[in-house]
Design a protein around this ligand. Structure first.
Ligand code: CXF
Ligand code: ZN
Length: 366
């Protein structure tokens, strides 16, 4: 069938709205009519070829829409269901079987290769094959053939134009706090970076009862916004003495948890330096392949602190996305404070506004 999509033709090139041909549905796929899809930093880094997904490609990995048709082997959804689309995974490897699908042994192939597992692509531009199945979906398009494991059913009255970002950025930030760092009520948490992931992390920390939530960034207006999302303190690490402020806020103890959402290696180091005894440090940003961070381990040895990388907030999307929808309904995860909608024709503006910080989480509507 013919669809309308925003195609990425070459490295760093603007998205172009065009008509493409979408393949027939495979047995394990779900045809979804996309209602809205979020813009995530990862779309920009693929457009810029930091990771080598073959171009031309249709990107987009925070889709939300309505099921139109299901493949013969699909059991989890039916036509008419409302769905949010998350990352894909194989379902059969050791990590998937243990409930850790974001560390699936086929994570790269299922989400970044631009093809189905059999090497085929679902999209064509006339005679030219176009990469599809980005995060099992490629949702900068009116219709997608999504992998079943990317599909998460949500309530019939769920507001699809708002919920797409639960598929990646917001799930990542909230999951990093709730699942990966397992923040407990009363703990102190530092969140480095106030983009969509950092903002979702801030909201989640507040929702689960962290009592000291410190947002750290370079831009005062973003720090003010972070207070609205639940930050109890803010630090402008460009104009303030970070170490002195950490000492003051934590009474010299350091944070229990620090989360770097920037992926900037110097910031990861700052996060590591900010935790106290038994502190936990997490990294959810996407550094460039080959980037290295050095940690002080001589004096800090005695602290027994830990560092880990985090993919997709350690979430099982089919469990965690509905949980976040519940929190949203209770007013504890106010997604709408982060979002701004753009028609598909304005997709390049949406990316510019995301980059400049004008919009925390742009959502493309169809
Ligand atoms: C990505 C970030 C880069 C590594 C894989 C997961 N998450 C979504 O944007
Ligand atoms: Zn993403």
């Amino acid at each position: 069938m013919d669809i309308t999509a925003a195609i990425t033709r070459g490295k760093g090139e603007p998205f172009e709205i065009t008509t493409l041909q979408l393949d027939d549905l495979r047995p394990t796929e779900v045809r979804v009519k996309i209602v809205a899809t979020g813009v995530c930093h990862t779309d920009a880094i693929i457009r810029d070829q930091v990771y080598p997904t073959p171009l031309p490609a249709v990107l987009g990995h925070e889709g939300a829409g309505v099921v139109e048709e299901v493949g013969s082997a699909v059991r989890s959804v039916k036509p008419g269901d409302k769905v949010v689309l998350g990352f894909n995974s194989c379902g059969a490897c050791r990590q998937c079987l243990a409930g850790r699908p974001s560390y699936c042994v086929e994570m790269y192939d299922r989400n970044f290769a631009g093809t189905r597992p059999d090497g085929s692509t679902a999209l064509r531009d006339g005679d030219t094959s176009v990469s599809s199945h980005f995060f099992g979906q490629s949702s900068f398009a009116t219709h997608v053939n999504a992998a079943e494991r990317s599909v998460v059913k949500v309530d019939d009255d769920a507001p699809l134009e708002l919920l797409g970002p639960l598929g990646c950025g917001l799930m990542t930030g909230a999951g990093a706090i709730i699942n990966s760092m397992a923040v407990r009520a009363g703990e102190s948490v530092a969140i480095f970076g106030t983009g969509a992931v950092g903002s979702a992390a801030t909201m989640a920390a507040a929702a689960i009862g962290a009592t000291t939530i410190v947002a750290i960034d370079l831009v005062d207006s973003r720090l003010e916004a972070a207070r609205e999302f639940g930050a109890t303190h803010t630090i402008n690490s460009g104009s303030e003495d970070l170490a002195a402020r950490v000492e003051e806020i934590t009474g010299g103890e350091g944070f229990r948890v620090a989360l770097d959402t920037t992926g900037i290696t110097a910031v990861t180091r700052q996060a590591a330096d900010s935790v106290g005894i038994n502190g936990r440090v997490g990294l959810v940003g996407a550094p460039t392949p080959g980037d290295e961070v050095s940690f002080e381990v001589g004096s800090s040895l005695m602290k027994g602190w830990s560092f880990r990388t985090i993919i997709e907030g350690d979430a099982v999307p089919q469990q965690f996305i509905p949980a976040l929808v519940h929190l949203w309904r209770q007013g504890k995860f106010p997604i709408e404070k982060l979002t701004q909608t753009y028609p598909l024709a304005s997709i390049n503006q949406a990316f510019e506004d995301s980059k400049s910080g004008q919009t925390i989480k742009p959502i493309i509507t169809f």
